[in-house]
Ligand binder design. Structure first.
Ligand SMILES: Cc1cc2nc3c(=O)[nH]c(=O)nc-3n(C[C@H](O)[C@H](O)[C@H](O)COP(=O)(O)O)c2cc1C
Length: 189
């Protein structure tokens, strides 16, 4: 018998679904220079110094195979209006970029035009995470694209969105120094 208790898969999904996340599309170019990508909620800021982020692709992900081969990826943070685009990148469709507005960045990565933010990285380390990989990326370049856009959220297995406007200033708190993703006096949430 295992030393660990049995955890029901449905309960795992239901309980973890209470943790609301943003959604990204993680992209790269394939060996044939075709753009490749997948919808990914398991993205997080990891370290400020050095600048690192992480995401967790399933071990069967074809996009991850391409990213591993290329050694580089772009994280596109999705905006509220990009639900359809997200569904497309969350499917196993062949050409997920068909109909999407994108361009080739100066770091030679496919970047979605209407995302909220873009973070371009090189693969730094890959750690085994059960049925997923934990991919740690070194940030090479980053930019906020939309000035006042609002993020697309994923909550309890469904798309969601935030209520307050992004242009409301965030109150400054000294203890925010300890957070990786926060604002300073001269920026806005
Ligand atoms: C909102 C949303 C979030 C997702 N998050 C992840 C994720 O964190 N990791 C992952 O491996 N797949 C995630 N997926 C599923 C992948 O996007 C999907 O399995 C992927 O498109 C597989 O295609 P590929 O084989 O072309 O990589 C998510 C899908 C959606 C719709």
């Amino acid at each position: 018998m295992s030393e660990y208790p049995e955890i029901d898969g449905r309960a795992f999904r239901n309980v973890l679904g209470q943790f609301c996340t943003g959604i990204t599309v993680i992209t790269t170019f394939g060996a044939d220079e075709a753009p490749i990508g997948f919808a990914c909620q398991s993205f997080a800021a990891l370290s400020l110094d050095p600048p690192l982020v992480l995401f967790c692709p399933g071990k069967a992900s074809r996009s991850w195979a391409a990213i591993e081969e290329r050694g580089r990826f772009a994280v596109n943070v999705l905006a509220e209006e990009q639900r359809e685009l997200c569904a497309r990148f969350g499917s196993r469709e062949q050409d997920k970029f068909a109909g999407a507005a994108w361009h080739r960045s100066s770091l030679e990565l496919p970047v979605l035009d209407d995302a909220l933010a873009t973070i371009e990285c090189s693969v730094d380390r890959v750690v085994d995470g059960g049925d997923h990989w934990i991919v740690i990326g070194r940030v090479l370049s980053l930019a906020e694209v939309g000035e006042s856009g609002r993020p697309l959220l994923f909550y309890r297995g469904q798309y969601s969105a935030i209520e307050p406007d992004k242009t409301v200033p965030a109150p400054w708190r000294a203890d925010l120094e300890h957070f990786l993703t926060t604002t300073t006096l001269d920026t806005w949430l």
